[in-house]
Design a protein around this ligand. Structure first.
Ligand code: NAD
Ligand code: IPM
Ligand code: MN
Length: 355
């Protein structure tokens, strides 16, 4: 049975990293005997240029019809000040597909502690899953924008908090059993509802230990002691900010992948970084986050755990080799690093007994 993957390359380094991820998916599919069909659609700035909007109707329809959607990145200075922003397309797609749960795993691999800008002994063993609420909060609140005053409303309902907190609790059950809920309950009403809702759910998960941190303290703890965390569950804006910080704990924002999931089963998979206009078109971008997202697409989007394991192992092995991109202190181009991942995929395939 064929599974369809829609690729939205987007803008800046988006097409570069999406192409690396696609090549890896093809290689893994060949070894696992999987049948994937790929298609592409304009999105973000590329959508504005091609169709006058960041999320063209045909792109949304193609996404709804696909088995999984992969996104490179969107945005860039050329669309600043225009009537439409590329980022609106991304928010619109997340909302339209009901993707309320964004999983952003950060892991410091054994032997790669030195890639962190932090002291190696502080980050050794860090393994954190950030569960970010993705369709609520200030991103989607009431907005007013005038020359002298602007307003961004932030609202959360108990139902919205409950469903994302449940994802956090369940994720913790499958990991070390520790959930840290991050909020700003000393200031924000939405955060007090958030904290209360998480506490109300805790009795349903007696095997999970829960603690709460204010977001400012959490930002500090992520760099002073990232190993204290297992699963972090937090609202949309805090999750956005903390995940860029957490990515760098492992070495670079170019490393982190993500899965955005909802109730329908259709998922969107994208690296957490942006379109990096400063390095776009120079083959400098680290494709690791995109490749990690492709592995999450296999695991959560297409229910192909063996293929996902194979891709994750190949990525880790390639990172352990000396070939690294500039963001990790190396001199390899993005495509050379993608080639190193492909070699690892094929090397592992060569040692397998024929079936
Ligand atoms: P960014 O993530 O694009 O870049 C921040 C810094 O990290 C830059 O120095 C960049 O060169 C570097 N970087 C990012 N990805 C990298 C990679 N794979 N390899 C090596 N270095 C990498 O964030 P920004 O500069 O704040 O935003 C640029 C544009 O991207 C904006 O338009 C923003 O809205 C958009 N954006 C999009 C997404 C998305 O599509 N999911 C996410 C974040 C930002
Ligand atoms: C991300 C990005 C997006 C966000 C922007 C581009 C809308 O920063 O995916 O982390 O803030 O969610
Ligand atoms: Mn972000």
């Amino acid at each position: 049975m064929s599974q369809s993957i829609l690729i939205l390359p987007g803008d800046g380094i988006g097409p570069e990293v999406a192409s690396a991820a696609k090549t890896c998916l093809e290689a893994v599919a060949a070894l696992e005997g999987l049948d994937f069909t790929f298609s592409e659609a304009p999105f973000g700035g590329a959508g504005i240029d091609a169709c006058g909007e960041p999320l063209p109707d045909e792109t949304l329809e193609a996404a709804q019809a696909a088995d999984a959607v992969f996104l490179g990145a969107v945005g860039g200075p050329q669309w600043d000040g225009g009537a439409q922003r590329p980022e609106q397309g991304l928010l619109g797609l997340r909302k339209a597909l009901g993707l309320f749960a964004n999983l952003r795993p950060v892991k410091v691999f054994k032997g790669l502690e030195h890639l962190s800008p932090l002291k190696a002994d502080r980050v050794a063993g860090a393994d954190v899953l950030i569960v970010r609420e993705l369709t609520g909060g200030m991103y989607f609140g009431e907005k007013r924008e005038g020359d002298d005053e602007a307003f961004d409303g932030c609202s959360y309902s108990r139902a919205e908090v409950s469903r994302i907190a449940e994802i956090g609790f369940k994720a913790a059950q499958g990991r070390k059993g520790k959930l840290t809920s991050v909020d700003k309950a000393n200031v924000l009403a939405t955060s007090r509802l958030w904290r209360q809702t998480v506490n109300d759910l805790a009795s349903d998960y007696p095997d999970v230990s829960v603690d709460h941190l204010y977001v400012d303290a959490a930002a500090m703890a992520l760099v002073t002691g990232p190993t204290r965390f297992d699963v972090i569950v937090t609202e949309n804006l805090f999750g956005d900010i903390l995940s860029d910080e957490a990515a760098v704990v492992a070495g670079s924002i170019g490393l982190l992948g993500s899965a955005s999931l909802g109730a329908s089963g259709l998922g969107l998979f994208e690296p957490i970084h942006g379109s990096a206009p400063d390095i776009a078109g120079q083959d400098k971008a680290n494709p690791s986050g995109a490749i990690a997202s492709a592995a999450m697409l296999l695991r959560y989007g297409l229910n192909q755990p063996k293929a996902a394991d194979r891709l994750e192992a190949a990525l880790e092995a390639a990172l352990l080799s000396d070939e690294r991109t500039a963001d990790l202190g190396g001199s390899a181009s993005g495509s050379a690093f993608a080639g190193a991942v492909l070699r690892q995929i094929e090397k592992a395939g060569a040692f397998e007994p024929a079936e």
